[in-house]
Design a protein around this ligand. Structure first.
Ligand code: 5AD
Ligand code: SF4
Length: 489
């Protein structure tokens, strides 16, 4: 359903840096990284790709051409493990084809299914050489080498230390290359990048596997994040989205050994020259403090968009989910945010059919949606996750009831998203152009409210923030005309 896979972009061979003396072109191998699930996995895949690049692997799009295949898996909903096993069946066939041609292929399962299933994966799928959990990615090249040398499968799923980020190679190696403007250096990275600042979760919502797969909450130190951000900006990044399962609970240490809040981190990052925009996701309503709310008002680089999951609208279900807030507290919070920044667009996550959810409980969810009015939303049928408290509640909601509720909810959300986009027709707004569109001469960018915006313009505008007059809207995007040249950074 909502699990998407994304191929990590192909590296431009011209921009490739040789990273070790033994890395002659013909000795380099190829890796295919396939990413499932959330933005944090996208970030992790990029970091794994970089670590492997330094160890002599070029990224490739086609797994059949790869000496190494990495599946970066997601465990949040549905029969995630089953999907991984069926994908591994296809990989085994590709490996057999390569062996018939005298080549080989190593296979790695990473991500949250790796963490949750561990050695079970190597038992059920002997094609797998390495199972590696999210806390061990800095050891990936070494573990791949070990598995290759020993001929035995390795399982590395300990929550060993907090050194992962520091031990991964410094970013960036060249990312997808886009043409630069005359006289300007070639932009090496897409203009918008993810940066994980916090990982893990101590909230233990009763439906969620994250506290088990990603472990306890850990915040990266401020200087480490600022250094990574500066490197990204110097490689052409203009917009950073700070990632964390509970990003607004960020509490990393600064240079003086004091714990910094997310508002303080945003303040530090906004001082980076050339960085135009800051976003962060995902926030928990309980950690939305006043300083963070007012950052949306006072800091021009912090975008007027907030992803703030409420999950369910009835206080009984919220309590059973262990969300630790009521419906009214959520609505009051939204009120405070909109007072500070009236044009802020809200997005959310909603679950229907949590165990015990009655028709009246579901109506309370719809009531919140109607009250808040969201610009965007992600809605899911509750899916029991083995090992989580909610999975063993007896009162599970029948599948047909879940489907019916999801359909009704999505109808409302869809209408709200369409109306939000339509409300921007006639407006002029700054758009950060990110890439070429499907049609010749077309560019695609993002509005401050995270809407995709299509406009005709030269590729030299990729990476620039440009004023666009909006003259069309659909449920998923806006279109417009460029009416001013780039603003100074
Ligand atoms: N079933 C359905 N949805 C879930 N989510 C997390 N766990 C489950 C589950 N067991 C949803 C929540 C969360 C989003 C990332 O995924 O809405 O905010
Ligand atoms: Fe999961 Fe709740 Fe933590 Fe979000 S806050 S990651 S839903 S346990």
């Amino acid at each position: 359903m909502d699990e998407q896979s994304r191929l990590i972009e192909h590296r431009d061979p011209d921009t490739h840096t040789m990273s070790s003396q033994t890395d002659t072109a013909d000795m380099r191998k190829r890796v295919h990284v396939r990413t499932y699930g959330c933005q944090m996995n996208v970030y992790d895949s990029e970091r794994m790709t970089e670590a492997l690049d330094a160890a002599g692997y070029d990224a490739c799009d086609n797994p059949a051409d790869a000496d190494l295949v990495v599946l970066n898996t997601c465990h949040i909903r549905e029969k995630a493990a089953e999907k991984v096993y069926s994908e591994l069946g296809r990989v085994r066939q590709m490996q057999a084809d390569r062996r018939a041609d005298g080549k080989d292929m190593q296979v790695v399962v990473a991500g949250c299914v790796a963490q949750a299933e561990g050695a079970e994966i190597t038992r059920r799928a002997p094609v797998v050489d390495l199972v590696v959990g999210p806390q061990s990615y800095h050891r990936l090249p070494e573990l791949v080498g070990e598995a290759g040398a020993s001929g035995r499968a390795i399982v590395a799923t300990d929550f060993e230390d907090d050194e992962k980020f520091a031990a991964l190679p410094a970013r960036p190696v060249p990312g997808p290359s886009v043409p630069g403007k005359a006289g300007k250096p070639t932009i090496r990275r897409a203009p918008s990048a993810f940066l994980t600042v916090q990982e893990g979760c101590d909230k233990f919502c009763t439906f969620c596997v994250v506290p088990y797969t990603r472990g306890a909450e850990f915040s990266r130190p401020v200087t480490e994040i600022v250094t990574e951000a500066k490197r990204l900006v110097s490689a052409g990044v203009r917009e950073l989205t700070l990632l964390g399962q509970n990003v607004n609970a960020y509490h990393g240490l600064d240079e003086t050994g004091t714990s910094a809040t997310l508002a303080e981190l945003l303040d530090r990052l906004s001082a980076i020259e050339g960085l135009a925009r800051l976003r962060y996701t995902t926030s928990h309503p309980r950690d939305m403090d006043d300083a963070l709310i007012t950052a949306h008002r006072d800091n021009a680089k912090v975008m007027p968009y907030l992803h703030l999951p409420f999950q369910a609208g009835s206080d009984g279900i919220l309590a059973a989910m262990n969300r630790k807030h009521t419906a009214q507290e959520y609505l009051d919070l939204v009120g405070r945010i909109r007072t500070a920044r009236p044009d802020l667009a809200l997005s959310t996550d909603i679950i229907v059919g949590f165990p015990g959810e009655s028709d009246a409980d579901f109506d309370a969810t719809l009531a919140i949606v109607e009250d808040v009015v969201f610009a965007q939303a992600y809605s899911f049928k509750y899916s029991p996750r083995p090992g989580t408290p909610a999975a063993s509640i007896d009162d599970q909601v029948p599948e047909e009831v879940k489907s019916d509720r999801l359909q009704r909810l999505q109808r409302t959300l869809f209408a709200q998203q369409t109306a939000f986009n339509a409300s921007k027709v006639g407006a002029t707004m700054p758009v950060l152009f990110e890439r070429a569109g499907k049609h010749p001469g077309q560019l695609v960018g993002r509005s401050p409210w995270l809407q995709a915006v299509h406009a005709d313009g030269p590729p030299s505008l990729i990476g620039e923030v440009v004023e666009v007059s909006i003259d069309g809207a659909t449920t998923n995007s806006l279109s417009g005309r460029i009416n001013a040249m780039p603003r100074a950074a």
